[in-house]
Write a protein of this length. Structure first.
Length: 429
């Protein structure tokens, strides 16, 4: 018999809380590893990324000041670059408004500073931001509309600086056409990069949601398992305890010593049930521990203790085991244990005038099957009003884990029969 300290130790072991990692956080960590350190840092610090974008834009415009032919209006160029830099800081919040304003700035820039080196550069970053916030079809349509003013002005009104033309090079018109092609390709590339990043982020979001849904389904399955374990523990233990207490009440006056033994067994059963329930409930608070350490996992030897407990509760039980011992698979042994426990509990709870209960366990490794048969000869064993039917459902679910079947029902001669066929090689799904 376990002492109170032993039961308390089992409770402390099962109830030690541990914060389980969330599925969403694991998905975020996977996405962060895929991005790399630098991209992850910029992704987590968007304002730092905005500063990087502004710096890149300023570097693109610095070529104008380094040119041997300085801009016609350096002050205007500086003012426009500064204004565009300020506007770019808001591209994340108002991408369409930023794109519209920068389109106007680009026209002003090319009109006032014809040899500027950053014509159309600010549009790249704005189009990228637009593509992040809109579907690809919409983004490319917006890119086409945003490119029209600059393209029209360049083709029909822009005067290519004569100092950049050479005798053996392209003409002014040809240079304008080349400039337009480069601008259009740049805008398409910027939009395409934004659309690609958007698809990647959508995929990450879907991956995160999928991970969360999977975790939720796993949680539901685990809770179903816990409910099944709780049903087995509570139904078995309370039924045995009631039978023992009834027996003690009968023999207490006639044989006090025997009544004391029955009461001792009653206390033992209660303590075992309490510790088992605490281990099962520990699953709700401790997902990091091994499954065998937090829920009752009886081995093959525990079947003998189980059968002896039912005998002491008053069942005329006989057990026959054929074939070799059960495989060393804790899950399979737990399945056999719980099915036997539930079946015998039902006999003890519902059976009347029971004079014989037989348990047959036939292990046939060559045929890949494990058969169990639990029968009794009670009368009036079945009373639909007394039970919920969850016990039989739980046994069928356990049998299904090993691609097995379970048939339960009354027999012609009276009493009840439970027939189980398991396939250990199938293993738990």
């Amino acid at each position: 018999m376990r002492t109170h300290d032993q039961a308390g130790a089992a409770e402390r072991t099962a109830a030690a809380p541990a914060e389980p990692p969330s599925a969403g956080r694991r998905a975020d960590e996977f996405s962060a590893r895929r991005r790399g350190r630098m991209r992850t840092y910029l992704y987590n610090h968007p304002r730092v990324m905005d500063v990087v974008v502004v710096v890149a834009y300023l570097l693109a415009g610095s070529g104008t000041f380094l040119s041997s032919r300085p801009a016609l209006n350096v002050t205007t160029h500086l003012v426009l670059m500064a204004a565009a830099s300020v506007v770019l800081m808001f591209r994340r919040d108002k991408p369409l408004a930023v794109l519209a304003i920068l389109s106007v700035f680009e026209i002003m820039n090319v009109m006032l500073v014809p040899n500027a080196s950053n014509i159309g550069a600010s549009l790249w970053f704005a189009l990228y931001a637009v593509a992040l916030n809109h579907r690809a079809v919409v983004s490319f349509a917006i890119a086409a509309v945003a490119s029209i003013p600059l393209v029209v002005y360049t083709l029909y009104f822009y005067q290519f600086p004569a100092e950049f033309l050479t005798a053996d090079g392209p003409s002014a018109l040809e240079s304008n056409i080349i400039t337009v092609i480069v601008m259009l390709l740049s805008n398409v590339i910027a939009t395409g990069i934004g659309a690609s990043v958007r698809r990647g982020r959508e995929h990450e979001t879907e991956l995160r949601q999928w991970a969360i849904r999977n975790a939720q389904l796993a949680s539901v399955a685990e809770r179903n398992r816990i409910a099944r374990e709780m049903h087995d523990v509570v139904a078995h233990s309370l039924t045995v305890m009631i039978a023992l207490s009834d027996g003690a009440a009968v023999v207490v006056r006639r044989d006090p010593a025997q009544a004391g033994e029955v009461l001792g067994q009653l206390s033992h059963t209660g303590r075992n049930a309490l510790a088992d329930m605490r281990r099962v409930l520990g699953v709700l608070r401790d997902d990091s521990a091994a499954g065998g350490a937090r829920s009752p996992q009886p081995d093959h030897a525990d079947l003998g203790a189980l059968f002896e407990g039912f005998r002491q509760a008053g069942l005329p039980l006989s057990v026959t085991q054929a074939g070799p011992p059960l495989p060393a698979d804790p899950s399979l042994q737990l399945t056999v244990y719980r099915i036997a426990q539930e079946s015998l509990t039902n006999v003890l709870r519902y059976g009347t005038a029971v004079s014989r209960v037989q348990v047959l366990i036939d292990n046939d490794p060559a045929g890949g099957m494990l058969r169990m048969r639990i029968t009794d000869d009670g009368h009036g064993s079945v009373d639909p009003s007394k039970g919920t039917g969850q016990g039989i459902v739980g046994m069928r679910e356990r049998a299904g884990i090993y691609a097995g079947t379970l048939e339960a029902g009354p027999v012609a001669q009276g009493g009840w029969s439970v027939d189980v066929v398991l396939h250990p090689a199938a293993g738990p799904e």
